[in-house]
Design a protein around this ligand. Sequence first.
Ligand code: ACM
Length: 391
Amino acid sequence: MSLPRSEPVKIGVLYSTTGVTGLIEASQQSATLFAVDEINRAGGINGREIQLHVRDPGSIAANYATMAEDLIVDKGVRLIMGCYMSSGRKLVIPVVERHNALLFYPTLYEGFEYSRNVFCTGTLPNQTCVPLADYMLEKFGSRVFMIGSDYIYPYETNRIMKDFVFERGGETVEETYVPLDASEDHYRAIAERIALLSPDFVFSTVVGVGVEHLYRSFAKSGLNPRVTPIASVTTSEAEIAAMGADLGEGHFTSASYFQSVDTQTNRQCLENYRRFMGRDAVTNMCWEAAYFQMHILANAMRMMGSDDPVSLLRAIPGMEFDAPQGRVRMDEENHHAYLHTRIGRANSSGQFDIVRSMPEVLRADPFVIAHTPAGGGPSEHGLSAVAGSWS
Ligand code: ACM
């Protein structure tokens, strides 16, 4: 449907600002509001303003589905930005499929999914876990302890990571899962077990409030990140800002984006964001994906002169955008994104020193066809040089 002249473009925003993952999702909500502010100031979508319908699912998976249904049925929304935990996304997918709406999902996840009605702009295991396994095994050794929150994303990611570690000659010494709302005492017992087993590094897929408990218990148990670091794909500047830079310092994260990425686009975006949110605002990988996916959607709507999902499904595959992480592109086929890959070590300022980065974007390989960063193979479309060496 092309847009009637007077009608605003309606977009649903489904990030939790309360509950266990409220902190990181609040950053995704802020990124969306910021991007929409930029878009509306620049004339909206060919003169039409974007109107946001914002909901807080409270980090409860079922709420994402009921709120998505309400947005679509009651508010006439067909485009939704949202979800962090895979448990929520998995419940929203049938809703958007039934109503032929679109979900834009800006969070790292485990892959093994394709829906015509979902575009994923966060990283997949081939874009973060493979490079992280290579780096940690090379620098620290081959005995890995795995800890995750107790839901689908950590189970699936650790399953994939275990294969990567095994193929590289490593060994998983133990694997454990912690309830999303577990207390610090629960983590303290695990940290003591880690100290006893003395692995070369810990791979963490803990999310939400548990991140602070894990890093604090780690420090209290006398574990030293110079000897036994935590390697994660979920611990970002947001969690470190909440727990304090001293607890994060020395630990590693693999991501497409860090606030410290040193490009003019990132510096300018950060400056603009701080004018919008306040001088102390901190960005992170999930913030960045939420930001750039909103701009990609806006560009697609401008190009088609329409907010109709059927038109947008034709426009979005292959679209590129100069994101804060660097130039990104939506895959022509798999509804994921070509993204940059970096490994950062958290420093005493709560930021990441980038210790390794791929020179070019990596294609998303949702079904882990290849167990290398190149994933599903090099791009046929020119932007990516996926087999590139590390810098
Ligand atoms: C996640 O659950 N995809 C972080």
